[in-house]
Design a protein around this ligand. Structure first.
Ligand code: ADP
Ligand code: ADP
Ligand code: MG
Length: 485
């Protein structure tokens, strides 16, 4: 049984994992870089170890150093969080070889899921519909152009090793394709030291709908419903919700069964996510499996009542999943907003620096997973995600209005945030009516509408200030004239 977990991560997800460990009486070991000496995850852990410089390659990605700390601290398991080493099959294998429980899938299954092409091929064989595209990797730009000619533009070029919206380009003609081929190759080599590219039909006006899945070492698989993550920027998620407004009970079960087949087909272990694009026609097309805990897992926790990190620990301990598919029921509606430190008007550029003051929202149905505290710093070295604000409601509109109110209560001094954008989106009729697509921001001119909202708010503030000044002047005159208060 796992008794001591090293959390090979930082920020909100390190804290999230430690919370479950602490509730279960499991000791925790934090690792941290120079940049994170004062971070909350370091204080929260039972023990903390410094592992290197700020740059991820010199700390959170340094497998040997992390293994050293696992050994010297006596941790029997490692939780990788998301990002960093979470989908690195070499690290999972290194842990396996050293008798350390890696809280995630076996290295062999992770390797298969980490290669978008191999994974698509395995799932096509298992009868899961995948996005039409190249049957295998393309060897050069010429072959990519020839395949694009066959399936028809626009197409998407994808690095098979991509993630977090990186290594993806939409191209509408051959000239663009050749240019994009070079940049995707360069980006992938810079990120992971190798490149392999596939070509996919670009599906227009689609929704991103994914399924939480779990499979134990006895081979039982379940799905824990869907999440709709269509509100994105640069192919990265901003707002997620469950249930999806377009998934009814029949579809939930039908696609859910496919997801369990997919988990079996790749010999999956532990928790994972199967991502799909849903075409306007209602067809679901598989895109990839994320072999780890997903950023947006809290919305699934809100509607299922499960602690997904606890489920990860149970499965890692070799226990069977402690419920059957038919035991699960979806309760209510949940929404997550990823509170990023970024400037919406500067093409979402990161905004970093000290945060002298923070006020966090609370209240019924409100959950906030964050590393923020007054006096902390948002570092330029890591992800821009500062907090995940999650609300639950008995109805969609209760969850939505709770989110709007919580966004209003959320105050972060010192950096730009995505909060104003989310207020505009959550208040829009299109969002309220569930008219979602991965191009939601552009399609509905959300940035311009945000600018208009800000101008209006400033105008009202300016008007209020002018009215206050006038009142003040009037009462001063009345005072001078000997009037009473
Ligand atoms: P999720 O659906 O869980 O948000 P993402 O693909 O957005 O999944 O990945 C979560 C986080 O992991 C991202 O915000 C990013 O920081 C990190 N990440 C994922 N893939 C990569 C990658 N290939 N290179 C660097 N960071 C990555
Ligand atoms: P990543 O590994 O970066 O998460 P994904 O393959 O999951 O990459 O795609 C990320 C996002 O890019 C999707 O949520 C979707 O918005 C968009 N996307 C990916 N593939 C396609 C496609 N074939 N057609 C249209 N949009 C796509
Ligand atoms: Mg993805």
């Amino acid at each position: 049984m796992i008794e001591k977990v090293l959390v090979a991560n930082r920020g909100e997800i390190a804290l999230r994992v430690m919370r479950t460990c602490s509730a279960l009486g499991i000791r925790t070991v934090a690792v941290y870089s120079d940049e994170d000496a004062n971070s909350l995850h370091v204080k929260k852990a039972s023990e903390s170890y410094h592992i290197g410089e700020a740059a991820p390659a010199k700390s959170y990605l340094n497998q040997e150093r992390i293994l050293e700390v696992i050994t010297s601290s006596g941790a029997d398991a490692v939780h990788p969080g998301y990002g960093f080493l979470s989908e690195n099959d070499d690290f999972a294998a290194l842990c396996e070889r050293n008798g350390v429980t890696f809280i995630g899938p076996p290295a062999s299954s992770m390797e298969l899921c980490g290669d978008k092409m191999k994974c698509k091929a395995a799932l096509t064989k298992a009868g899961v519909p995948t996005v039409p595209g190249s049957p295998g990797l393309v060897k050069d730009a010429d072959e990519a152009a020839s395949i694009a000619g066959d399936i028809g533009y626009p197409v998407m070029l994808k690095s098979v090793y991509g993630g977090g919206g990186r290594g993806i380009r939409i191209v509408t003609n051959e000239q663009e394709l050749r240019k994009a081929y070079e940049s995707v190759t360069g980006e992938s080599i810079a990120a992971v030291g190798k490149s392999a590219i596939l070509v996919e039909k670009f599906l227009e006006k689609t929704r991103h709908i994914e399924y939480q899945m779990a499979r134990d070492s006895q081979g039982n698989s379940v799905h824990i419903f869907e999440r709709e993550c269509s509100i994105q920027r640069r192919n990265q998620k901003l707002i997620e919700q469950t249930p999806s407004p377009v998934v009814d009970a029949e579809t939930r079960e039908r696609v859910g069964r496919l997801v369990c087949d997919a988990a079996d087909a790749v010999g999956y272990g532990n928790l994972g996510t199967a991502e799909f694009l849903r075409a306007d026609s209602g067809e679901f097309y598989f895109i990839e499996i994320n072999a780890r805990l997903q950023v947006e897992h809290p919305i699934t926790e809100m509607v299922s009542g499960l602690d997904l990190v606890k489920l990860q620990l149970d499965i890692a301990n070799g226990e069977p999943i402690p419920f059957k598919q038919s035991d699960l029921a979806m309760n209510g509606y949940a929404i997550e907003c990823r509170i990023n430190a970024e400037d919406t008007f500067l093409d979402f550029a990161p905004s970093t620096g000290p945060v002298p003051e923070v006020e966090l929202p609370a209240g019924p149905g409100v959950r906030c997973d964050t590393y923020l505290y007054p006096g902390c710093t948002v570092s330029p070295f890591y992800d821009s995600l500062m907090a995940k604000l999650v609300t639950w409601g008995q109805t969609f509109d209760e969850s939505r209005t709770r989110m709007l109110s919580a966004l209003g209560d959320f105050y972060v001094q010192g950096v730009e945030t995505s909060i104003p954008l989310y207020r505009t989106i959550l208040a829009s009729d299109e969002y309220r009516r569930g008219e979602l697509s991965t191009d939601f921001l552009k399609r509905h001119g959300m940035i311009d509408r945000l600018a208009a909202d800000i101008r209006r708010e400033r105008g009202e503030k300016a008007d209020a200030a002018a009215a206050a000044a006038l009142l003040h002047a009037e009462s001063a005159r009345a005072g001078a004239a000997g009037g009473t208060c």
